[in-house]
Ligand binder design. Structure first.
Ligand SMILES: NC(=O)c1ccc[n+]([C@@H]2O[C@H](COP(=O)([O-])OP(=O)(O)OC[C@H]3O[C@@H](n4cnc5c(N)ncnc54)[C@H](OP(=O)(O)O)[C@@H]3O)[C@@H](O)[C@H]2O)c1
Length: 243
């Protein structure tokens, strides 16, 4: 039995952590998706350079990004790629970036989820969709209107997809997992925000200074528990810090 993983945002951060985690396991084949080329050369890794904000192209080519599997193989889609967008209060921030945040954080997730379900529904073997969520989808954070709205939408998309998969008895489990505060480039971007546009700036500076950020490796290990043992989790929306 092979475990196939399709991981978006595989070039760095949490996505890269997941790629490295699963490539250590002999039975895993990993398909990474990101705009950047990959520096990784591994017989069980395939890299797809793809801009997930190109939605028409994604709709046409989504099934090409999903691997052929044998009966009984496990397959997991990790919708991890995400962006914060411009940080700033509405009325003062460039609203232009709003669309791109929604495209990558929500619509691309929906397109890949749709393609995964139509491709693998009803097949034998473990099938999981794991969307990387955020606490920002559950509470308002000033300066992050697009990001908060996109993560709230992705949570509800996951809830609906999970409900439909259960109703249709197609065997696919869907989760939205918040990873906590993780030491990635996204956190570097957050710490470079303009203080007047983001009241939480000092909190994020302190978390970094006090070594409170989770490591990519630790988060990848916890996310893997959900992918490898979905039957142990009933809720759709999970938090890594409670796993
Ligand atoms: N870090 C945290 O503390 C934290 C907290 C809560 C939630 N999250 C969530 O965790 C996920 C990963 O975040 P991270 O911290 O690892 O971020 P990161 O270090 O900024 O990495 C983001 C990844 O997404 C990819 N990506 C961005 N735009 C893309 C596009 N248009 N097409 C294809 N790939 C794209 C990037 O690859 P390319 O640039 O090569 O395309 C990169 O691999 C995100 O969904 C984020 O919202 C992170």
């Amino acid at each position: 039995m092979t475990h196939h993983l399709i991981i978006t945002g595989s070039s760095r951060g949490i996505g890269r952590g997941l790629v490295d985690h699963f490539l250590k396991k002999e039975d895993c084949r990993v398909h990474g998706i990101a705009r950047s080329p990959s520096d990784l050369s591994h017989e069980r890794y395939t890299h797809h350079r793809f801009d997930l904000s190109e939605l028409d192209k994604l709709e046409k080519e989504a099934t090409v990004l999903l691997p052929d599997i044998e009966a009984g193989d496990a397959v997991t889609l990790v919708n991890n790629a995400g962006l914060l967008g411009d940080i700033g209060h509405l009325g003062k921030v460039a609203i232009k970036s709003f669309q791109k945040v929604m495209d990558v954080n929500v619509t691309a997730v929906a397109i890949l989820t749709d393609a995964f379900i139509s491709r693998y529904a009803g097949q034998k073997g473990r099938r999981v969709i794991l969307n990387i969520s955020s606490g920002a989808g559950k509470r308002p954070v000033d300066g992050w209107a697009a990001y908060c709205a996109s993560k709230a939408a992705a949570d509800m998309l996951s809830e609906v997809a999970a409900k439909e998969c259960a109703m249709d008895e197609n065997g696919i489990r869907v989760f939205a997992v918040a990873p906590g505060v993780v030491d990635t480039e996204m956190q570097t971007e957050i710490r470079s925000a303009d203080k007047s546009q983001f009241s939480n700036l000092q909190r994020f500076l302190d978390l970094k200074a006090e070594g409170e950020l989770s490591s990519i490796e630790a988060v990848a290990e916890k996310l893997a528990r959900v992918m490898e043992g979905p039957e142990r989790f009933e809720e759709v929306c999970l938090d890594v810090r409670k796993l």
